[in-house]
Design a protein around this ligand. Structure first.
Ligand SMILES: NC(=O)c1ccc[n+]([C@@H]2O[C@H](COP(=O)([O-])OP(=O)(O)OC[C@H]3O[C@@H](n4cnc5c(N)ncnc54)[C@H](OP(=O)(O)O)[C@@H]3O)[C@@H](O)[C@H]2O)c1
Length: 219
C-alpha cells in the first residue's frame, strides 16, 4: 500500500512510519518542517492547507493523521482534521487518525475520559479537550475515517508486537493503569490499515497483559 504519514516527525507518526516500512509498504512522511521520521522519504506539507492535503490524498491509498497542536493552537484541530478528511473524501481514500484518549469513555461510567481526573490531570485537559473536538469533527464527516484513541499513557518504549484492542471505553490493566508504547500502538495502527475491522470506527488499544512469570502457573 502507499501510505502517507502526516506528522511523521512526531512521537506517534515516526513509529507508525517505521512499522509501515517494516511491513514493506511504500511510505511518505509529511510535516510542516519536512524533517525525517521513521526512516522514510519526508516532505514539507501543512495539513491545514487544502491544496497540500489534496496532493497528499491524491498519491496515497491511506493517510495516517498523527498531528498534535502546539500549545495554544488547540482551537485549530477541528479545521485541520476536516481539511484532511475533505481531501481524502475527494480521492476516495481512507484516513486513520491517531487521536487522543479524551473522547473515550471511562472504565466504569459513561463519563468521557477528558472529564475523568484519574486519567486526565488538569495540565493535560486542554490537549484532551482538543482531541474531543477532533473526534467530533470526524463523527460529522462523511469520509472513510477510523479514530484510534491511545490509552492515557502513551510514550516511546519497546516494540513487543502485542496489544489489547477495545472499543470506545478506555482499557486499564489490573492496577488501573492505561498505557501502551508508541511502538506497539504503531503495530495496532498497521494491523487496522492492513485489515480494517468492520463495525465501530472508534477504537482504543493498550499494552497486552504481562504473561505469567516462571512459577506463577496454576496450582
Ligand atoms: N494519552 C493520549 O491521549 C496521548 C498522548 C500523546 C499523544 N497523543 C495524541 O497522539 C497524536 C500524535 O501526537 P504526538 O505526541 O506524536 O505529536 P508530536 O510528537 O507533537 O508530533 C506532531 C507531529 O505533527 C506535525 N504537525 C503538526 N501540525 C502540523 C500541520 N499543520 N501539518 C503537518 N504536520 C503537522 C509535527 O511536525 P511540524 O511541527 O514540523 O509540522 C509533528 O511531526 C495526537 O493526536 C496526540 O493528541 C495522545
Amino acid at each position: 500500500m502507499k501510505i502517507a504519514v502526516v506528522g511523521v516527525t512526531g512521537m506517534a507518526g515516526s513509529r507508525v512510519a517505521a512499522e509501515a516500512v517494516r511491513r514493506g509498504h511504500v511510505v511518505s512522511g509529511f510535516s510542516r518542517s519536512g524533517g525525517g521520521g521513521g526512516g522514510v522519504a519526508s516532505f514539507t506539507a501543512d495539513a491545514t492547507d487544502p491544496g497540500a492535503a489534496a496532493r497528499v490524498a491524491a498519491r496515497h491509498d491511506v493517510i495516517v493523521l498523527a498531528t498534535r497542536p502546539t500549545p495554544g493552537a488547540e482551537d485549530g484541530v477541528r479545521a485541520l482534521v476536516t481539511t484532511v478528511l475533505d481531501a481524502a473524501l475527494g480521492f476516495g481514500r481512507r484516513v486513520l487518525v491517531i487521536g487522543g484518549a479524551g473522547p473515550l469513555r471511562s472504565p466504569d461510567s459513561d463519563l468521557l475520559v477528558v472529564d475523568d481526573p484519574r486519567f486526565v490531570p488538569r495540565r493535560w485537559r486542554t490537549t484532551a479537550r482538543a482531541s474531543v473536538d477532533q473526534f467530533n469533527a470526524c463523527l460529522s464527516h462523511p469520509a472513510d475515517w477510523t479514530y484510534l484513541s491511545p490509552p492515557a499513557l502513551f510514550a516511546p518504549g519497546d516494540r513487543t508486537g502485542a496489544y489489547r484492542r477495545g472499543g470506545n471505553r478506555i482499557l486499564v490493566d489490573a492496577d488501573g493503569e492505561s498505557r501502551i508504547t508508541a511502538e506497539d500502538l504503531a503495530v495496532a495502527a498497521l494491523d487496522e490499515i492492513e485489515s480494517p475491522r468492520p463495525g465501530p470506527r472508534h477504537f482504543t488499544v493498550a499494552a497486552a497483559f504481562e504473561p505469567p512469570g516462571p512459577g506463577c502457573g496454576s496450582t
